[in-house]
Design a protein around this ligand. Sequence first.
Ligand SMILES: [Fe+2]
Length: 387
Amino acid sequence: MQSLPNTAYASPVVFEREMQRAFSPENGLKYVGHDILLPLGGHRRSDGDERLVLTRDPDGSVHLLANLCTHACRPILSHDEPINKPRLACEFHDWSFRSDGSLIGGANFDLGRGDAAEARRDALKIPGFDLLSWHGFHFAVDPDQRDSYAADLARIDSDFAERGVDQWLDLDDCVLHSTHDDPYYGDWKAFLEVFGDCYHVPPYHPGLASFVDCGSIEWTFGENFHAQFLTLSDERGATSAKYAEWADGLDVYYAKRGEPTPRMGVGWVGIYPNLMFEVYNGLRVLSVIVPTGFGEYINRVHYCVPADMETLVPGLAQSIVDAFEETVVEDHDLVERRHDGMVTARSLGLTFDNYSANLAGLSLEAGVSHFHDWWNRRVGVPEPSLS
Ligand SMILES: [Fe+2]
């Protein structure tokens, strides 16, 4: 295991390489959306990639298409609102397409009849990309590597099943509580590093550290993901009013369901390059890192809560989200301060590698090293002649 050299960060050449090698829908595996965001019989822009559109048929099957009209290459959708219509319609010349991308027609436009006309119609189909779906998540996938990626995701199923919470991976019994975009500056990798770093939780997140027990951490790893499992803490959120409401509210919620409160507190799953699925007892968070340009990105967050929670314990869902956001505010500082420090190191002419993961004891930073290893395999710092 080797941490990334400082030349891996804040480099426009490296950023371009990352976009091609890690964020392209044709290379590897990349999250593009989830069923909870997609209307049946409708479509919407990909979750975090404005170049793509997801369509969802009434039977639940999903297609991933380029967000481009084949008439004159303009984007079909310029917003992220779900559209409850099966057909994609380009507003400029009224060209329309079926959910599989095939062309229906356009304003005052006649392809004619016969084989030549059909061939032309086929050529005007919106290009599509291969999808791999898992618990309602949809990933663009390199078709040649589909089986290995599917096996990797299946490993996550096993990890959750071993802990008796495999049903938490499904959002079928959840509703979308809210979504927001949180802008960040710096290198997007700093966010993934913080996600793989449980080392900072005890000293830096008093609320979270009193809600889940960092001493109980168990790591699991696949080629393209890492997961951390922590049980609930006996402190029951003692150092944060909101986390205490979360801990107490769970007992009320499960009692009303006639079930014991599960001991599992959270499974934090990071699927590279940019999806984090935070599977809490009482909350699911889909968090997507979306680079918006060199040195800037957003963290798009979707909060999902059990559909019966508001009825059984009014106000609990909001308290849980409020508790989570206490930690988000702290982490925002943690992420951007790393960028600030790297800028300072460069300005002082210091060239030491600027991450020394602590892999002793409970290996609370094991996820950082795993992410770095993945990045070195998938992207890698270019040879000097290329930079
Ligand atoms: Fe944190």
